[in-house]
Design a protein around this ligand. Structure first.
Ligand code: ASP
Length: 439
């Protein structure tokens, strides 16, 4: 009875969020039509700022929970596993799945872009009239991405996983470093044995408190998402979107194929789990990812949906999801491969098959290095462009419509993480109630 009640509440939430999104789109576009995008002063601007604040409050509340949640949940998961070899097995399978799905996503992107050729037949004068020109965006030049190769970035990421100071890692909110420290700390706690039980119980309590906190914040999610989406659509450059429409459609088609065919097939065949049921269970997280364009901010909701609504044991989700939010970005990888080839076509650069192989490899790796925040994929795209011998200023050509594409690719990133948890969860016999609930 209580289970039914809980489920009903969950169902309500996803619909509320969806209504918030649709209402936000309608209101934002109405403002956009009436006053034009990019208003920078006057009463409409003030309203936009306030809408933005409401969205920001929600994102801040979610981000506020990431560090204690990741620490407490991974600690509890590792201590409960009881056997370090078990952790190694889960880790190996998770990383293998992440690499496989990211590579598949890039492949889909490359195939589509070579069939559609979105850069050919684009009206360059229309682009110039909209101020869409080749230039290096500040956040890309600031990173010095161009000077670092993909291999160095990956080795850097791996070595940097070891924090010099765990308190510093927590203060910075560096999830990979927190994961490393917590696993190490939890293994040591397990080795100490009974004398660490008191601390383990305290951290278990923290884990429960954080889970409750996520549920509390989810109550305001639909309202904040409404304001957030309104502010985004008030600023949407509709003209730019239509000028670059062929490119946007190629990215979205690729994302749709990956999200609706490739990943569900893996869930169905290897995970022996209904992809529709999983999508329903994860829908609040996927909609939040779309609205916030941040896998990191969405992480607390993804973890909650996976354990409470999808029935995947926390010992899998607590570990697979934080790792996935930081390193597994199928949507970002797919988008980067399409964007780079689109830029090449637009700039009249001929890419050989060899160059496309380089793009395939570097887009896969660059996505791993991308941070789970809005616009991060745009920054790491510099790695792919440099590897393909292309100028970084090509990024300027796609900047105008990056936010909206970011929303779709982030939703796919989060969906990809959830499918990994189900596939690995099935391999580890860590999915409960599925048979009864699916029957
Ligand atoms: N915004 C994406 C994410 O958080 C990363 C990206 O920019 O592609 O997953």
């Amino acid at each position: 009875m209580e289970e039914t009640k809980k489920k009903k509440k969950g169902l309500d939430l996803q619909w509320k969020i969806l209504i918030g999104i649709v209402a936000g789109i309608v209101l934002g576009i109405t403002y956009n039509k009436l006053f034009g995008p990019g208003v920078t002063s006057g009463p409409i601007y003030v309203q936009k700022v306030f809408f933005g604040y409401a969205g920001d409050i929600f994102i801040r509340l979610l981000r506020m929970m990431i560090v204690p949640l990741v620490f407490a949940s991974i600690f509890t998961a590792v201590v409960n596993l009881g056997d370090v070899r078990e952790l190694g097995k889960i880790g190996g399978k998770t990383v293998a799945y992440y690499m496989l799905t990211t590579a598949l996503a890039v492949l889909i992107g490359l195939i589509l872009v070579n069939i559609i050729h979105p850069g050919k037949g684009i009206d360059k004068e229309a682009l110039a009239a909209l101020n869409i020109t080749a230039e290096v965006p500040e956040k890309v030049s600031d990173q010095g991405v161009g000077e670092r190769s993909a291999t160095i970035i990956i080795i850097d990421t791996l070595v940097n996983m070891i924090p010099k100071n765990p308190a510093g890692a927590m203060a910075k909110g560096d999830v990979l470093q927190i994961i490393f420290f917590t696993i190490f700390f939890a293994i040591m706690a397990a080795m100490v044995g009974r004398e660490s039980d008191t601390l383990s119980n305290v951290i278990h309590g923290l884990d429960l408190i954080m889970q409750k906190s996520v549920m509390a914040v989810m109550i305001i999610a639909p309202y904040c998402i409404f304001f957030l989406v309104t502010a985004i659509f008030m600023d949407l450059g509709v003209a730019a979107l239509s000028a670059l429409g062929k490119y946007a459609l190629t990215v979205m088609l690729g994302l749709a194929i990956h999200a609706a065919i490739t990943l569900p097939l893996l869930v169905l065949i290897i995970g022996r789990y209904s992809p529709i049921r999983l999508a329903k269970a994860l829908s609040p997280a996927i909609l939040t990812a779309w609205s916030t364009a941040s896998s990191a901010a969405t992480l607390p909701i993804t973890m909650d949906c996976l354990s409470r609504r999808a029935g995947v044991d926390k010992k899998i989700g607590n570990f697979v999801l934080p790792l996935g939010a930081t390193v597994n970005m199928d949507g970002t990888a797919l988008y980067e491969s399409v964007a780079v080839i689109f830029i090449a076509e637009l700039m009249g650069i001929d890419l050989t098959i060899g160059m496309q192989v380089v793009i395939f490899i570097t887009a896969t790796l660059a996505a791993i290095g991308a941070a789970a925040i809005p616009g991060a994929g745009l920054v790491t795209m510099g790695i792919v462009l440099t590897a393909a011998g292309m100028p970084l200023d090509g990024i300027g050509l796609i900047l105008a419509i990056d936010r909206i594409l970011d929303q779709f690719r982030t939703a796919v990133n989060v969906w990809g993480d959830a499918t990994a948890a189900v596939v690995v969860g099935r391999m580890e016999n860590a999915i409960t109630d599925v048979e009864e609930e699916m029957a």
